[in-house]
Design a protein around this ligand. Structure first.
Ligand code: AMP
Length: 421
């Protein structure tokens, strides 16, 4: 038997409601902040991601699903969305239509990582990108949106970490200091970190290796190397968040894996999901748009992992959805009333009632059982003596009350059920 590829998951009907619930909360929040939805293709030219995210990042160097298509072009399934949104922004010259754009998305992403709880090869993110402003208010709002969505999902057990990576010149100065600090400790670092020392030194902060962590605990902090403007920007963002009652923890070790960040970076960590604890990450990327061929436009954004968030919701039992319900189940008392039942169902559905009927020629008892299993609010029993009088029995499944209704007056049934909805 052929099974789904490791690291991919079917989302079955019983789970779809949770997904839709989350998606509707995301959309609601984005609308409140006047973000507009954008959808981009599942795959792009590989060069977009290697230029945009950075050759030395784990995503580009190890995790992308890359293949050559029949015309010889190297394409990759999107591993994240920022590069795609920026590509679309430049390609469609959105900067000419408005000076400031606020965009959001909900989309599958693809990374060939080792699958484990909370880590998939096809996963889903929602996220936002605000393009065109360097105002700290935008940094703060991006974090507030992410925070609000998690709160609206009922999550409590999470922490927002925030840092500033400054601008490239100050960061280079800091990297120099870091190189000096690590110079005589290189031999003790893990093999991975030795590599990162050459390719992406800041990423050594992400190492899970105990010795690496001990060494990095004594490292100089990037916040001491910020230029004045970046420092003021960072202070402003923190101030705005504090005024908005969004608690954040400053973590100078939060470097994030991608090359394109400048100034603010943040991550939301959950204590409810085990090792893969990052629910959301983001920050400011003032250089990316120019780097990808656009005008120099400042921007900021975030991406959040839907599977991990839903795992946190499950572990915190934070969502209680009402059971699914039907408005009405049509029980066929006699076999020869099939066509009549079908016609009544058509009418009721046209008039907005969620209507179900029996397709398996089941006994009356089995049909009643099915109506119960489906949480039907009403049952209409069609056939028997009542049918000879052009009537049927309508049963309220909650109260057990029954009444006779005239089949010529299906409108009356609709009104009755609508009135208790
Ligand atoms: P990143 O762009 O790597 O910061 O990812 C943003 C968010 O997407 C993370 O905080 C996770 O919640 C989620 N995420 C990233 N990679 C995966 C993955 N392989 N499986 C599931 N969720 C992921």
């Amino acid at each position: 038997m052929i099974k789904a590829i490791a690291g991919t998951k079917d989302i079955l009907p019983e789970n779809i409601r949770l997904w839709k619930h989350l998606e509707s909360l995301v959309e609601k929040e984005m609308v409140l902040f006047n973000f507009k939805e954008i959808r981009t293709p599942i795959f792009e030219e590989t060069a977009l991601f290697s230029h945009g995210i950075g050759e030395a990042t784990d995503i580009v160097s190890k995790e992308m699903y890359t293949f050559t298509d029949r015309s010889g072009t190297s394409v990759s399934l999107k591993p994240e969305m920022t590069a795609s949104v920026v590509r679309a922004f430049i390609e469609h010259e959105l900067n000419k239509k408005a000076n400031f754009y606020k965009l959001f998305y909900i989309s599958p992403m693809f990374r060939q990582e080792r699958p484990q709880a909370g880590r998939l090869r096809q996963f889903h993110q929602f996220g936002a990108e605000a393009i065109g402003s360097n105002d700290p208010i935008v940094d703060a709002e991006i974090i507030i949106i992410a925070n609000n969505i998690l709160k609206n999902l009922g999550l409590k057990n999470f922490e927002i970490k925030i840092n500033s990576l400054g601008i490239p010149t100050s960061r280079e100065k800091y990297k120099e200091e870091l190189r000096k600090y690590l110079g005589d400790k290189l031999d003790s670092l893990s093999e991975d970190s030795k590599k990162r020392f050459k390719t992406n030194i800041l990423r050594i902060f992400d190492s899970k290796n105990e010795t690496d962590r001990k060494i990095m605990a004594g490292a100089p902090t990037i916040l001491d190397y910020l230029d004045d403007e970046s420092r003021e920007h960072f202070e402003n963002v923190k101030q705005l968040l504090s005024e908005s009652n969004v608690p954040v923890t400053v973590d100078h070790k939060l470097v994030r894996g991608l090359d394109y960040y400048t100034n603010t970076t943040f991550e939301i960590i959950s204590k409810s999901v085990g090792a893969q604890s990052a629910l959301c990450g983001g920050g400011r990327y003032n250089l990316l748009i120019e780097q990808l061929g656009g005008k120099p436009v400042p921007a900021t954004g975030f991406a959040a992992g839907i599977e991990r968030i839903l795992l946190a919701c499950e572990n915190e039992k934070s969502i209680n959805l009402k059971d699914e319900e039907l408005d009405i189940y049509l029980v066929r008392l006699d076999k020869d009333k099939k066509d009549k039942v079908f016609a009544i169902a058509n009418f009721l559905r046209k008039n907005g009632l969620i209507t179900e009927l029996d397709y398996l020629l089941r006994s009356v008892k089995a049909q009643m059982r099915e109506a119960n299993r489906l949480n039907s609010k009403y049952v209409l029993m069609i056939g028997g003596d009542e049918f000879l009088r052009n009537a049927a029995v309508l049963k309220n499944m909650q109260s057990g009350e029954q009444e006779e209704v005239i089949l010529d007056n299906l409108d009356g049934i609709v009104k009755r059920i609508e009135s208790v909805k």
